[in-house]
Design a protein around this ligand. Structure first.
Ligand SMILES: NC(=O)c1ccc[n+]([C@@H]2O[C@H](COP(=O)([O-])OP(=O)(O)OC[C@H]3O[C@@H](n4cnc5c(N)ncnc54)[C@H](OP(=O)(O)O)[C@@H]3O)[C@@H](O)[C@H]2O)c1
Length: 507
């Protein structure tokens, strides 16, 4: 039987979205707010104020939303619910760089509070290009909109990317801290909001059988893969600046690693969990230039064929991409963690575009059984696979365990079989949630567990900075070095082959 989770309604607040006419707001934030409302997790006194430079009033904004929202929410859209809630969406046009906009916003918010009988709590969501994060936080501070008083809270959600290197991340943290205290800052990583990433914590820390074997004595290696079949699509200008290392490794894969690798926290409080995550990130062996050359692989897709389908062009032939672009669309890393738990266990991270499939998963590759008593009965020890636990983040969220079973028959043969748990089979909500629902809800409730703290951001940048430096100093000579529709450059396979391992390919 399917089970639904029951949670309390989040406290009332005005959610102010900077970048209200932008892509993220339409595709993710508004559907997330709608889904929260449909699950009755939003107070009836929650209002939304959108700000953007497009000139229009609240009425025109609502009309726009009326036309678009059903396609963005997709299945599960309920017109009646929308009609009942759209009146709580407001719009103010303004320029993020203009101090006057913030004075107007202050007045506007007081109006909205009065109209909605809201208690004066504000959540500022910066769904804007990253160059505005510092400016908006500073202007909010100057306008007195970051100050908390009389039990009224002020929180700010910062989208990714958080900086583009160590120095800019430090600068941005310093700028934010001039207007907001750390407890008011929620740095988003929608990966941490995903059910399955949280389920890794639930799986590890609520099952007595898991933790005892979650260490170097039983685990041979860990693989974290986040790949997609799409190319750069319409993100050319962003991607040319960012590349896969900044876009995916710093933001998402290290977040997943921290959940897989952390020690059990003392409690389920935000800081207890984030303290443990930061400890494991700090324990990753730093890269020096030599290790960058041996343990960091970069790639860029060439033309090719996706599955049995279309021929697609090379990254450098995509619109808006330089013909000699050095941006990487693929990264594979081998990380080693200096801790008692993980000594000697490689963590392999891999992300790429134009791969044969779109999926995100964590593979826990267990060691072989210590004594192969079947060795004599079978041809080779390799024929008996070791146990593999796969934590699937997307699509088909779930967990599967591969283990060996005897093949029925008179001969003694062993084959790998799989036990599967699919979220959809047990729980109701997993279809609709994008991660943003959880993160917005948690922020309204003041729960920062799934958001990144300043020190976490800086430690991640410290780790990748030497890679950025070496890659900049040594421009890639072999790009493009993998065909679209393949699993990336050969060097990524060699990275594991050197250790006697290979990447798991999702079945
Ligand atoms: N889109 C996604 O799926 C996604 C996913 C993860 C993270 N993010 C992050 O979310 C943030 C927003 O991304 P997005 O794709 O939604 O960007 P976007 O579509 O460019 O939206 C930004 C909005 O802000 C407006 N704007 C720009 N400068 C302004 C100014 N000076 N004053 C007032 N309004 C201004 C833009 O107007 P114009 O269009 O006129 O410039 C646009 O409507 C980025 O940090 C991005 O990295 C996005």
């Amino acid at each position: 039987m399917k089970q639904a989770s029951h949670t309390l309604t989040a406290p009332a607040a005005v959610i102010v979205i900077f970048g209200a006419a932008g892509d993220l707001t339409k595709r993710k934030l508004l559907p997330a707010l709608f889904n929260l409302a449909s699950q009755k997790l939003l107070s009836s006194k929650v209002a939304m104020v959108g700000i953007d430079r497009v000139e229009m009033d609240s009425e025109a904004y609502r009309q726009n939303l009326n036309q678009e929202i059903s396609s963005f929410v997709g299945k599960g859209f309920d017109q009646k619910l929308w009609d009942a809630n759209v009146g709580r969406a407001y719009y103010m046009s303004g320029d993020f760089r203009n101090a006057e906009s913030y004075k107007q916003l202050k007045e506007f918010l007081l109006e909205v509070d009065r109209e909605q009988e809201a208690p004066g709590n504000y959540l500022f969501y910066l769904a804007t290009p990253p160059s505005f994060f510092g400016v908006i936080a500073t202007e909010l501070g100057k306008a007195g909109l970051s100050q908390e008083s009389d039990g009224q809270w002020r929180r700010i959600i910062i989208e990714k990317p958080f900086g583009r290197d160590l120095e800019s991340a430090r600068e941005l943290n310093a700028t934010l801290h001039r207007s907001f205290a750390e407890h008011q800052i929620y740095r988003i990583d929608h990966y941490l909001g995903k059910e399955t990433v949280q389920n890794i914590m639930a799986y590890r820390f609520s099952n007595g059988t898991v933790e005892p074997i979650w260490n170097h004595r039983y685990i041979d290696n860990v693989q974290i893969t986040v790949v997609e079949s799409l190319g750069v699509e319409d993100r050319a200008s962003y991607y040319e600046e960012a590349g896969a290392l900044r876009d995916m490794i710093v933001n998402h894969l290290l977040a997943v690693l921290s959940v897989v690798g952390m020690e059990p926290p003392n409690s389920f409080s935000a800081d207890a969990i984030r303290d443990e995550q930061i400890k494991v990130l700090r324990a990753i062996q730093p890269f020096d230039p030599q290790r960058v050359l041996s343990d960091a692989v970069r790639g860029q897709y060439g033309g090719g064929r996706m599955g049995k389908g279309d021929d697609v062009c090379a990254y450098r032939d995509e619109p808006g991409i330089a013909e000699d672009s050095p941006s990487e669309t693929f990264v594979a890393l081998k990380l080693m963690i200096d801790s008692w738990r993980w000594a000697g266990v490689p963590f392999y991270l891999r992300t790429g575009k134009r791969m044969p499939g779109r999926y995100s998963e964590v593979v826990i590759q267990y060691k072989h059984a210590p004594n192969m008593m079947f060795r004599g009965a079978l041809e080779r020890r390799k024929d008996i696979g070791s146990n593999q636990l796969v934590l699937r983040i997307q699509p088909n969220e779930g967990i599967s365990m591969e283990f060996n079973a005897k093949v029925p028959g008179t001969a003694f043969n062993v084959s790998q079989v799989r036990m599967d748990f699919d979220y959809d089979d047990y729980f109701d909500e997993s279809n609709t949630a994008s991660g943003y629902e959880t993160l917005i809800y948690d922020c309204l409730c003041g729960d920062a567990t799934l958001f990144k703290r300043a020190d976490n951001i800086e430690v991640c940048w410290e780790l990748v900075q030497p890679i950025l430096d070496v890659w900049k100093a040594l421009p890639p000579r072999s790009f493009p070095n993998y065909a679209s529709g393949s699993w990336g450059p050969e060097a990524a396979d060699e990275l594991l082959a050197r250790d006697g391992n290979d990447w798991r390919v999702a079945k």
